[in-house]
Write a protein that binds this ligand. Structure first.
Ligand code: SF4
Ligand code: SF4
Length: 206
């Protein structure tokens, strides 16, 4: 088995990457400048900010191809952490619009309890309630930043906890700069939402 590649993410130094992250920053700052009760401004800021982040991600992945592909789901059997309240709220609306939304919510609540036992939790390898039978996210356009930023530099098979090379997998999180995460947290706090949580706990509490 070859050693995992060393990944140097130099994209933050690229002018195009900086433009895209600045666009994201400005979109979220716009939402923060709007009154707290202005849901239209908040949703527009999130929409534009995450669209800029997706373009940033595509730019980085063009220079640093990853193993990720459609239908590859081991990462969606983990529980994304570092999810802000406004992202949970947005995802919750998408779940509510699904015909089986109540069942999905109930499953999130069950998993939130199960994950309080960390040792048993990893062994269960539970799929996210939003995964469909083909391994696609049913709320892909509204998935949180933590889901978007999670990619693998090592072979996709290594992401499965049952694979012998699982401990050596390389998941270079492509999180945006801290200021952007802080704005998402501030937007959440002023709406009385959890500042940051894991996906299951956040969806169960909403
Ligand atoms: S992080 Fe791993 S499991 Fe998730 S899509 Fe990428 S290669 Fe597949
Ligand atoms: S919300 Fe979507 S992308 Fe995130 S873990 Fe669940 S299925 Fe995967």
């Amino acid at each position: 088995m070859p050693p995992p590649p060393t990944l140097t993410l130099d994209a933050a130094a690229s002018p195009e990457a900086n433009v895209l992250l600045t666009t994201m920053l400005h979109a979220l700052q716009g939402a923060l400048r709007a009154p707290a009760a202005d849901d239209t401004a908040l949703q527009a800021g999130l929409e534009q900010g995450l669209a800029a982040y997706d373009r940033y991600l595509a730019h980085v992945l063009a220079a640093h191809p990853m193993a990720c592909r459609v239908g590859c789901t081991a990462c969606c059997h983990d529980n994304p952490r570092g999810v802000t309240g406004v992202e949970i709220e947005r995802l919750g609306r998408a779940v509510d619009a699904l015909p089986d939304g109540p069942a999905i919510r109930a499953r999130f609540a069950t998993l939130a309890v199960l994950r309080t036992d960390p040792a048993g939790w990893r062994a269960r390898h539970e799929p996210c309630p939003l995964l469909d039978a083909e391994g696609r996210c049913r709320a892909y356009a509204l998935r949180p930043l933590a889901c978007r930023a999670f990619v693998a530099a090592t072979p996709a098979e290594w992401c499965a906890p049952t694979h012998p090379s699982y401990p050596e997998r390389v998941n270079p999180h492509l999180d945006p700069p801290r200021i952007i995460l802080q704005i998402l947290q501030a937007l959440s706090a002023r709406r009385g939402l959890s500042v940051v949580t894991d996906l299951h706990t956040g969806m169960a509490a909403r």
